[in-house]
Every structure is written in C-alpha cells, then in structure tokens.
Design a protein around this ligand. Structure first.
Ligand SMILES: Cc1ncc(COP(=O)(O)O)c(C=O)c1O
Length: 386
C-alpha cells in the first residue's frame, strides 16, 4: 500500500522494540507497574458524571452540536479563566470548544501554515506540535529546551532566515515532559519576540491546574499584549480526570480563534452537547476535586522523588505537572527503560519527545503511593543506581 508523502515525513516511531518487550512481559504474567502514560488513574468526579447522565436525557443534545461549542460552555470557560488567571475573555469571539486539545493543536496548523512556512517547536515536547506542522506541509524549527536554561527556549537564537519564514511559535508550560514552569517575565519576552517577527503564539497549558506547594501557575494570556499575538489551548483532560471524555478549548486572539473555527467547520461537527454539559458542571462546580487530585499527585511526587534520590538519582521536586524528568545513567534513555523493564517497571524514554529529550526518562505519577514504593523496591533489588 502506498501512503501519502506526508505519512513518510512523520518522525520514526522509536519504541516498537520496547513496546514488544513490555507486551512479552505482560504475556509472561509479569506484574507491570507503568509510569508510561500521562493518563490520570483517578476517576472523573461524581458530580461531573451525574451531569453527563442528565445531559444524555436532553433531546437537544441528541442533535448535531454547534461548531464553536455552546455559548454556555464558552461562558463557563471565560468565567473559570477569569477566576484562575484574572483574564477577561469574550465568550462569543475569543473562546472555541475543542474535542480534546490534541485536535486543536493539530488543526490550528491548517489555518495558518502554508507549505514551506516555519513553525517554532520546542524540543523535547508533546509530539503533536511537530507532527501537526509536518501534516500541514510546514517546516518545524527546533527550539532546544535545556536544563541549564530551566527548559525555557532561547528565542533570540533562532536564525534570522528561519524567523523570516516563521508563522507560529509553540509553548507548553507547565511542561510535558520536563515539568518546567514559566513565569510572567518569560511570557512578556515572548510577546515582544512574537510582535517583532509577526508570529502567532500558541500556548498549550494543559497542566495549568496541577501545581504543588502553593505554587501559582501563570497563563501566557496574563502577559500584557498577549491577546494581540496568540491563544491558549487548555483541556479538561488532566484537571478533572476527563481524558476519555474529549473536551477542551482554545481562547485568546479573536482572529486566531476564527481561523481555527474555519478549519474545524470543515473537519468535525463539534464536541458532543452531553460532554459540554458535563464540562460546564466541571468548570462551574466546586473545585475541591481538583485540589484533592493535586494533593494526591503531590504525595506521589514526594515519595517517588525521595526514593529516586536514595537510589542516587539527581532529581528535583517539580512545581507542577504529574511528571518527573529524570536524568539517566549512561545517557541512553531507551537502554535505561529496557533495564527498568527487567523489574516490570515502565517509563518513557526521553528521546521519544525529540532528540533533545535524550539522556532522560519521563515518569508519569499515575500510580498510587503503594505501587510507587513497590517500583522503587524492585529498582533497588535490580541494582539500579542514578
Ligand atoms: C502538553 C499536552 N498537550 C495536549 C495534550 C492532549 O490532551 P487532550 O487531547 O486530552 O486534551 C497532552 C496529553 O498528554 C499534553 O501532554
């Protein structure tokens, strides 16, 4: 079968051999403890599930939804954004519903990227910035995220000839996979940079609610002038343990939102009304469930970080996200992940997030504390050292 050329342009899948070994272990009956996938193990809060059950009985929700999302959903997003970040949004022009943020991240390239246009993509990163660029015929320009720069990109080091052809800049803080955070001074610099080079900024803030030790996450849209140059993409997936429901939103610059809507009108038929009603219950309802989940992830973070340090790993306690980004002995992330698999422990090799992720593995704290303790014991028994 001949695939379209754009499929051939996608980065190679690096984990086929590792996946095969995990499968083989499972078949052998090994009890696998997986820190591999960023998918909350905590169930969706009861009141959200109840709202969905009620919404399913409403015949209005049985018909095609609107492309941009219900106005009530967009209003609920604007209210939450005001309360979380102090940013005012016009729900009619500055907010659009997404069927999960992955969809928005992918589709936005089709509104603004012509073949040959450059998109500035951080690395390591959630892979969809790069693959979305490639699907649209764009050229990803890698912005390395380095530990010595607290995993923030050196914007002004991008070559001038690349900047001339650049259309978009991707940001993602709190960051997957490095767990790094960005402060307002960085976002102010981004606004200045984007204004100078005429770039659209897309700030993926899927982990904005997962902050520890009282740390307050800032949104890109809090920076003065941000609304003129870009948007935020955010999701209910991680905040309310709703990855399976597929509901998110983009908000910010009205023209950028309009561009995304033009694409989506031709690709999908909107997020289900049932799911939007559940999402309204999540956004407008009590937020204790979010705090409770955050406390649980913080406990897990502490147990895992302290355990890894005892094994000799150099690992910091992140301020946000449910990820740990751990430097590996020897620097070969796939080899290290294969070694941990001997103990039935699954982690994600950093190189899967791009070439600048090599030398690290990512652990998602999606296992309860007892399982984390067990994984650490198994690592010790195996003689794993940092
Ligand atoms: C940085 C980042 N953005 C977006 C997503 C996609 O989330 P969803 O499509 O569930 O909203 C993920 C998922 O892991 C992510 O890590």
């Amino acid at each position: 079968m001949r695939y379209a050329e754009r499929i051939g342009r996608l980065p190679p899948y690096l984990f086929a051999e590792l996946d095969r070994k995990v499968e083989e272990k499972r078949r052998q009956g090994v009890d696998i403890i997986s820190f591999g996938v960023g998918d909350p193990d905590i169930p969706t809060p009861e009141h959200i599930v109840r709202a969905a059950c009620e919404a399913a009985k409403n015949p209005e929700n049985h018909r095609y939804p609107s492309y941009e999302g219900k106005l009530t959903y967009r209003q609920a997003v604007a209210e939450r954004f005001r309360s979380d970040f102090g940013v005012e949004l016009d729900p009619e022009r500055e907010v659009i519903a997404l069927i999960g943020s992955k969809e928005g991240v992918h589709n936005i390239h089709f509104a603004f990227v012509d073949p040959g246009d450059v998109v500035l993509c951080p690395c390591p990163a959630y892979p969809v910035y790069r693959t979305g660029t490639l699907f649209a015929g764009g050229v990803p320009e890698v912005l390395p995220l380095k530990e010595e720069r607290r995993f923030l990109p050196e914007l002004w080091e991008v070559p001038e000839e690349k900047l001339k052809r650049a259309r978009m800049l991707w940001l993602n803080y709190p960051n997957n996979p490095t767990a790094a955070v960005a402060e307002l001074d960085f976002y102010r610099e981004v606004v200045e940079f984007a204004t100078e080079y005429g770039l659209i900024v897309c700030s993926d803030e899927a982990y904005a609610s997962m902050a520890f030790d009282g740390y307050r996450v800032r949104s890109f849209l809090e920076a003065e002038g941000a609304m003129d140059v870009g948007i935020v993409i955010n999701s209910l997936s991680k905040t309310y343990s709703m990855t399976g429901w597929r509901i998110a939103y983009a908000c910010g610059n009205a023209e950028v939102i309009e561009g995304l809507k033009k694409v989506k009108t031709n690709v999908d038929s909107g997020a289900s009304g049932i799911i939007q009603d559940a999402a309204i219950a999540a956004l407008r309802g009590p937020q204790e469930c979010v705090q409770e989940a955050v406390r649980e992830y913080q406990r897990r973070r502490d147990v895992m970080v302290e355990g890894l340090r005892r094994l000799g790993f150099r690992v910091e306690k992140p301020k946000a996200t449910f990820y740990l980004w751990v430097p590996v002995p020897g620097g070969n992330s796939i080899a290290f992940a294969e070694r941990l698999l001997e103990a039935g422990v699954v982690v994600t090799p950093g190189v899967g997030f791009g070439e600048h992720g090599e030398g690290y593995v990512r652990l998602a704290l999606t296992q309860p504390v007892e399982r984390i303790r067990e994984a650490l014991e198994r690592m010790e028994e195996l003689g794993v050292r940092g």
